[in-house]
Design a protein around this ligand. Sequence first.
Ligand SMILES: [Zn+2]
Length: 116
Amino acid sequence: MGNSIIDYELRLVVEKVAVDSQSVVKRDTIKVYDVTAPESILDLGLQHEEQISLIGKVQNAVIAEQAKLIDPGYSVCPKCEHKLKKNGHTKSNFHAVLSDHKTPIQKHQCTHPDCN
Ligand SMILES: [Zn+2]
């Protein structure tokens, strides 16, 4: 028989799950770690920089879903009261304790030609 050593990696996955049906609607691998034998105690676990990076990726996943739920609170133009239409996204800066993020926020534009 040949060499039967199996290599493994650890995959960290974020799943978006419909609460009622428990069906997975989105699944993103945010990190993959090789599993290798530690050469010293210093190789055990994740290094500080990697820990910060991991929290940043988890935050991004949470923020991306929360950003979709942000409601501007009005459906008509605050100036002329014409209907608003969606007008792409803008990135808004958000600073968390351990990481900085750019959050996509839905932009709106007035449909009145003189107002815009
Ligand atoms: Zn307007």
